[in-house]
Design a protein around this ligand. Structure first.
Ligand SMILES: Cc1cc2nc3c(=O)[nH]c(=O)nc-3n(C[C@H](O)[C@H](O)[C@H](O)COP(=O)(O)OP(=O)(O)OC[C@H]3O[C@@H](n4cnc5c(N)ncnc54)[C@H](O)[C@@H]3O)c2cc1C
Length: 460
């Protein structure tokens, strides 16, 4: 490591390189619940050229590197195990907003919320949104192909990335900052880096597609009697609201109870078996609210919605979202919970959640915390598991019970959080041997010495 430190200091200057001992926790720990990792060195380049110099030197010396964004990842992808930590946090800022092309060119180290605010100030919407918006960085969002709250309307990060700049393991810079909506000139190279969690290249800049700013923004928070009612509500609202339905978040009762315990008020009276947060963003101030109210009225008449609160202001919309964002408060209440983000067709969800809950109760007992919630409209379910008193979980047995049924019903072990280290050895539950072999071959071609984020994504 001394040789690596000298090489990096020679390239970047002493100020950009810090010894691994005594680093602040934010470079060692993400939101996976795994214990803090270890860093050999921390290097904080301030330009693409500096990132290229770091990687060229590490490649020459065969030194493994872990790229890091805001460390809000939940799969252990940015957690170091003694490597050089390459933080992108100094590559920060909006380079350009093109109001005619409706694009934004942004550095990888820019917090998502900063990019959202810049888009809004320019009269646009950057539709990517997630609870970690204040801390996660655009490069991390691209590297994890982050999904978030509005996937049913706008798709995942991949749908918003028009172009990218990435640095390969050997320091080669691939500047592919395409701004065109249509560009079929050869392979779409950016797709290699989106969602590959820093194992194929380091993202330094991105061109993001912006959407027109919505003219209406409202939400409803509902209490429902059954999962069948949740599904019927989704189907009804999808056809009644069309593209103005931007989010459909479902929460099981124990999640609602945990939110209340975290000190966040539920917008409806009493407790219900299920809660749903519906968000609507449209362009028709006259008709949009009417459509939502009429659809909800019909659902209530049919007994599918037992109670509901309709936002009357943006402050109400934000208050409703606080219920869904309260997941960030759970570690304070319960310590680190074991978090899953599986994906599966909605038609299998009721049977799946009931079978997994039963299996986990049998394994863990009645005092285990099991919190189901998720971006239900896009098939993504979250489950947080743990004990209030912090007792350790039998992780392998818990993982098996959650992952084993997914293959047969067309599910995935990770819908949006990525594989990191936590799902690495379960990849085969929902990916074929041929698929994993192709992933290995791509990795070997782009990173022949295996220095980029080793031990992540691909099964050991
Ligand atoms: C409260 C909360 C809510 C969340 N909600 C959601 C949600 O709704 N949807 C969702 O998808 N995720 C969610 N997440 C997970 C997390 O916020 C996302 O995965 C986010 O995209 C990670 O960004 P980051 O900058 O923190 O990346 P990090 O955690 O720093 O890194 C994540 C991975 O990307 C790699 N990486 C980071 N930057 C780069 C780069 N520039 N180039 C190459 N590789 C890089 C790292 O090596 C690592 O493998 C949530 C997390 C929290 C804490």
């Amino acid at each position: 490591m001394r040789e690596v430190a000298e090489a990096l200091r020679a390239e970047l200057g002493a100020g950009a390189v810090t010894a691994g001992d005594g680093l602040p926790a934010r470079y060692l720990i993400d939101w996976s619940g795994l214990p803090p990792g270890r860093a050999g060195l921390l290097v904080r380049p301030a330009s693409t050229e500096e990132v290229a110099k770091v990687l060229a030197a590490c490649h020459r010396l065969g030194q493994p590197v872990v790229p890091q964004g805001g460390m809000t990842g939940i799969s252990g992808g940015g957690r170091p195990g003694g490597e050089v930590v390459l933080s992108l946090e100094r590559l920060r800022g909006i380079e350009e907003i093109d109001p005619v092309g409706a694009t934004m060119q942004v550095w990888a180290g820019t917090p998502l919320e900063e990019a959202q605010n810049a888009a809004e100030a320019a009269g646009f919407l950057l539709p990517l949104d997630l609870g970690a918006r204040g801390s996660c960085l655009i490069g991390g969002n691209v590297a994890t192909n982050a999904g978030g709250n509005r996937v049913i309307r706008h798709g995942m990060s991949r749908a918003m990335v028009l172009g990218l700049e990435a640095v390969l393991a050997d320091g080669t810079v691939i500047t592919s900052l395409n701004r065109l909506l249509k560009n079929n000139a050869g392979y779409d190279l950016k797709q290699l880096f989106i969602g590959s969690e820093g194992t194929l290249g380091v993202v330094t800049r991105a061109v993001l597609r912006l959407e027109p700013k919505p003219l209406t923004h409202t939400a409803a928070f509902l209490g429902l009697p059954s999962f069948a009612a949740v599904v019927e509500t989704l189907t009804t609202l999808r056809s009644a609201l069309g593209p103005s339905l931007t989010a459909f978040e479902a929460m099981w009762r124990p999640y609602g109870d945990a939110v209340v315990e975290a000190g966040v008020a539920l917008p409806v009276e009493g407790r219900h078996p299920f809660y749903v947060l519906v968000e609507q963003q449209g362009i028709d101030p006259e008709r949009d609210p009417e459509r939502l109210e009429a659809a909800l009225g019909g659902l209530m008449e049919r007994g599918l919605v037992l109670d509901g609160a309709l936002a009357r202001s943006l402050a109400d919309v934000r208050a409703f979202w606080r219920v869904r964002d309260a997941v960030a408060e759970f570690p304070r209440l319960y310590g680190a919970l074991h978090a899953f983000d599986v994906g599966l067709p909605v038609r299998h969800m009721e049977a799946y959640t009931e079978a997994v809950t039963k299996g986990l109760r049998a394994l863990l007992g009645d005092d285990a915390i099991l919190l189901w919630f998720g971006h239900l409209g896009d098939g993504n379910l979250h489950l947080n598991v743990g004990y209030r008193d912090g007792r350790p979980l039998p992780h392998e047995a818990v993982d098996d019970r959650v992952y084993a049924p997914l293959g047969a019903i067309g599910g995935t072990v990770t819908a949006e959080h990525g594989v990191g280290t936590m799902k690495r050895d379960h990849l085969g539950a929902t990916r074929s041997e041929a698929e994993i072999d192709l992933m290995r071959r791509l990795k070997a071609m782009l990173d022949p010495k295996g220095i980029l984020n080793p031990g992540k994504v691909l099964p050991s």
